[in-house]
Design a protein. Structure first.
Length: 229
C-alpha cells in the first residue's frame, strides 16, 4: 500500500522507559523509608535518654496489648505504718488521799500510780480493800476508802448509865457479884480478887485494866457498870 506507513513500536525504547520509571519509584520509596527510620530512631533515642536520666535508671515496661494500666500493688507486709503515741490518762482521785483531785498519768499507769500522784494515802486509808495493781482508764474516778472509826473507851462519868449505888464495887465485890458483869467469868473474877489482895484496892475504875485479860474492849463494856469506893 503506497503512502501508508504502520507505526512501529521500539521495544527497547519502551523497556528503558519502564525501567527508568521503576527506578524513580524505588528511589522515592527508599527516601520515604530513610526519613521514617530517622524519625523512629530519634524517638527511641530520646526515650532512652529520658529513662537514663530517671533515678536508678529503671524504667517501667509498658503494659501488654489489652492490659489495663492500674496502680501498682504494694506488698502490705513491707509497709510500716506510723503508730500513734498513747494518750495520757486523766484520773480523779478522792477519798483517803492527801491531795484529792484530777491527776495526769501515763497510759500504762496502775491505781498505785494514781495514789502516789494524789500525795499518797492518809493514815485512815483502808488499802486492804483497794487493788493497787488494777490498770487505769481515762476519765476514771478512783475512791480510796477509809477505815471505820475505832470506838473510844468509855470515860467514867461521861457515859455512865447507872447510878453509883447500882454499880458493882470492884474493891469489895465477891466473885459471884463480879461474875454478873459482862465478860467476867469465874476465872476472871478470881484474877480481880487476887489483884486487889496483892496490890491493894483499885484507886479508879481504869485500874481494872491492870488485871491480866482485861483490855480496852472489855473495859469499855465494864466502865458504866463498875465503881470504886
Amino acid at each position: 500500500m503506497d503512502g501508508v506507513f504502520s507505526p512501529l513500536v521500539d521495544v527497547d525504547d519502551l523497556r528503558e522507559q519502564v525501567s527508568a520509571r521503576v527506578q524513580r519509584q524505588y528511589r522515592i520509596y527508599a527516601a520515604v523509608l530513610a526519613v521514617m527510620s530517622l524519625i523512629i530512631g530519634g524517638a527511641i533515642g530520646a526515650r532512652v535518654m529520658r529513662e537514663k536520666a530517671q533515678p536508678g535508671g529503671m524504667s517501667t515496661p509498658p503494659p501488654h496489648w489489652g492490659q489495663v494500666c492500674g496502680p501498682a500493688v504494694v506488698n502490705q507486709a513491707l509497709v510500716v505504718l506510723p503508730t500513734a503515741a498513747p494518750q495520757p490518762l486523766r484520773v480523779y482521785v478522792s477519798g483517803a488521799v492527801a491531795q484529792p483531785g484530777v491527776v495526769t498519768l501515763p497510759a500504762t499507769s496502775l491505781l498505785a500510780d494514781a495514789l502516789d500522784a494524789a500525795g499518797g494515802a492518809t493514815a485512815d486509808a483502808d488499802l486492804d480493800n483497794v487493788n493497787l495493781a488494777a490498770p487505769l482508764a481515762d476519765n476514771q474516778h478512783v475512791i480510796v476508802p477509809r477505815r471505820p472509826a475505832t470506838p473510844q473507851p468509855v470515860i467514867e462519868g461521861a457515859a455512865a448509865t447507872l447510878p453509883a449505888a447500882a454499880r458493882v464495887n470492884i474493891n469489895t465485890a465477891t466473885a459471884a457479884e463480879l461474875e454478873t458483869l459482862p465478860h467476867i467469868g469465874p476465872a476472871m473474877a478470881q484474877r480481880i480478887i487476887a489483884y486487889r489482895e496483892t496490890h491493894g484496892p483499885f484507886a479508879q475504875i481504869e485500874d481494872i485494866q491492870n488485871v491480866e485479860g482485861i483490855g480496852p474492849t472489855r473495859y469499855r463494856d465494864l466502865a458504866p457498870l463498875i465503881a470504886v469506893e
